[in-house]
Design a protein around this ligand. Structure first.
Ligand code: PAP
Length: 343
């Protein structure tokens, strides 16, 4: 089936047949979302971090208000193209940074990273790279089929939930993972910050949230299963799945910018390197630069939340300021059991 509504701009010249077809499409899509609502109402629930509940769907926990319908739609109706690039992560693992870097790499022939008019200077990375679950969470859904190739999207969808058509499409997937102690710390702060955005966050204590995270009950959790899915996929299909690590990227950003550009099929030429384009992208996308831009300090994303919630400290090891020795031991033990020496 055609997944996406025809664009509004082309609707000016619609014949009545086309109008009828459009109405049918709208009805079809509304029926699909109604069926998702019905499925969601039957799922097992736990207390949520942001919305009142998290729901368990195909082995992972999702926020039914903000992302589960989008996940289902991606799974069943998203039409991948071999030229698509999907930036994927478990939440709070470095998505914002990866979006900025990938966007800067892929758009560098149009926008020089050292230019004073680069889009990343005036647009939050989350508005430069669309988040599929948000785009597709409710009808009328955005017109992703009309976007020109190569399309660049982000998602938090677990690997095992990707349809075979996506897994075999030849599209490129870039996954970024991060130490779970920093992921938990970042997620906890994000949840508390959203309260100031007037979102109906649950009143979880740090200890309660920690227990839930360890039990795998967090948005897109269990964290470890999420990481493992993409880690295995990157070993099986290294040409389709690039597995990056936030800590390594932080320690040597230029090498990772180059590695990413190569994976995306857009390696830097010697001329670009000698002109400082790689270093320009590193500096443009750095935490220090992005977090101090007016748009990221005081701007609001197109879907209504304040852009500053995605920038906090951007450090490795801030968990030391928040987790007790006992918590650290517990999380390390789980990570060792589930991921061995990956961290
Ligand atoms: P998301 O999954 O909701 O999109 P994501 O961007 O993955 O969030 O995670 C936010 C973390 O990335 C924050 O970490 P912290 O809470 O430990 O500070 C945020 O500060 C960090 N971050 C955002 N932008 C950058 C950047 N340019 N460089 C490094 N870290 C960044």
């Amino acid at each position: 089936m055609a997944t996406i509504l025809p664009s509004q701009s082309s609707s000016l010249s619609k014949t009545s047949n086309e109008e009828d077809h459009k109405d049918e499409e709208i009805e079809k899509i509304e029926r699909i979302y109604k069926s998702y609502k019905e499925v969601i109402s039957t799922l097992s629930k736990e207390k949520g971090w942001i919305s009142p509940h998290l729901c368990q769907y195909q082995g992972f926990w999702f926020d039914p208000t903000y992302n589960l319908a989008g996940v289902m739609f991606i799974q069943q109706h998203f039409k991948p193209r071999p030229t698509d690039v999907l930036l994927i992560s478990s939440p709070k693992s470095g998505t914002t940074w990866l979006k900025a870097i990938a966007f800067a790499i892929m758009k560098r022939t149009s926008y020089n990273s050292m230019s004073v008019v680069h889009p990343l200077l005036t647009t939050n990375p989350h508005d430069c790279v669309p988040f599929l679950e948000i785009l597709l969470r409710t009808p009328p859904i955005a017109d992703v089929e009309d976007l020109p190739s190569p399309r660049l999207f982000s998602s938090h969808i677990p690997y095992t939930l990707l349809s075979e058509s996506i897994q075999n499409s030849g599209c490129r997937i870039v996954y970024v993972c991060r130490n779970p102690k920093d992921v938990f710390t970042s997620m906890w702060h994000f949840t508390t910050k959203l309260k100031t955005n007037n979102l109906p966050c649950s009143s979880l204590s740090l200890e309660e949230a920690f227990d839930m995270f360890c039990e795998g009950i967090s948005s897109y959790g269990p964290f470890w299963d999420h990481v493992l899915g993409y880690w295995k996929a990157s070993l099986a299909c290294p040409e389709s799945v690039l597995f990056l690590n936030y800590e390594d990227m932080r320690r040597d950003t230029p090498i990772h910018v180059k590695k990413l550009a190569e994976f995306l099929g857009q390696p830097f030429s010697l001329e670009e390197e000698s002109k400082g384009i790689v270093q320009g992208i590193v500096e443009l996308c750095s935490f220090e630069n992005l977090s101090n831009l007016e748009v990221n300090k005081n701007g609001t994303l197109h879907y209504g939340i304040k852009g500053d919630v995605f920038f906090r400290k951007g450090q490795i090891g801030d968990w030391k300021n928040h987790l007790t020795a006992q918590m650290t031991e517990r999380l390390d033990q789980i990570t060792k059991e589930k991921l061995g020496g990956l961290f």
